[in-house]
Write a protein that binds this ligand. Sequence first.
Ligand code: COA
Ligand code: ZN
Length: 307
Amino acid sequence: MKKRIFIHEVVTRDGLQIEPQWIPTERKIELVDALSQTGLAKIEVTSFVSAKAIPNLRDAEEVMAGIRRNPDVDYVALIANARGAERAMAAKADEVNLVASVSETHNRANMRRATGASFAGFVEMMPLLKSGGVRVNGALATSFGCPFEGDVPAQRVMDLVGQYVEMGVDSITLADTTGMAHPAQVAALCAKVLERWPGLQVALHFHNTRGMGLANVLAGLNAGVERFEGCLGGLGGCPFAPGATGNVCSEDVVHMLQSMGYDTGVDLDRLLAVARRLGAVVGHDLPGQVVKAGKISDLHPRPAELV
Ligand code: COA
Ligand code: ZN
């Protein structure tokens, strides 16, 4: 039996939030609908945040209302405050993704408040979310380093995971906002978290800013993590983190894991077909590799002189 690994797609949230030009609502809906047919476990569709902070996702309600849902997929929305929780619940998100940063400076840049204030808000929101039956994921941005503060102590990450667990989240995500994680660090932190909370569902969210994205996925995998977030085409980035660049590329992650003998549940050819159309949606070239090179099983004709 192949080991099952779950892939969470974030392109219409992390991917589109940093795109400078407006992406029409219809294109977003088409993208989610196509991704819904590829075998992904979760799709983070959008965020219910301030339209001033993230103008490209100001159509969150319309996108959520317009998508055709596959019952096998969990449709996730990122939120930062109570207003976002109400909007996400009205839009019938299956899961909300609470986000706060481990680093105070990034939390202030991104959310305009102290990390403690973000958490205090989450604690207040939990009864409403629980009564509405929505799953709650707790994400920690800058878990592996902060573009303003540098090193982030592992103990601080552990404390904040503990706060999420205590308030009753269903799962957590450790996010490397600007690609500062390295594989040894990922292995150590994941081992710590899984040892302290053995039943906890943990996902990893990496950016490939320094070329360590797939190596970090592998380090997390070897530490026992079964869920990875990725972004189609390798788009993505936080507009409030200087130097942010794309997430690990979903189709490259799936291609690597399948080549290694893991069951990702994803139909790679279908995912690649959606990735091939993404450049036209955003109007520029994408960092994804497999879509350009082809799968390792896609061979070329032999040189004529050898035939
Ligand atoms: N949905 C829609 N609008 C919202 C909102 C929400 N969840 N929360 C706040 N707003 C609006 C307010 O109505 C206000 O609008 P106005 O200026 O027209 O009156 C404006 O946003 C500012 O609201 P305020 O409560 O003063 O918030 P703030 O300026 O302190 O910003 C956040 C705090 C959290 C709302 C804002 O920083 C934000 O949305 N950040 C999200 C960043 C993000 O998504 N980053 C990438 C993902 S990690
Ligand atoms: Zn991200």
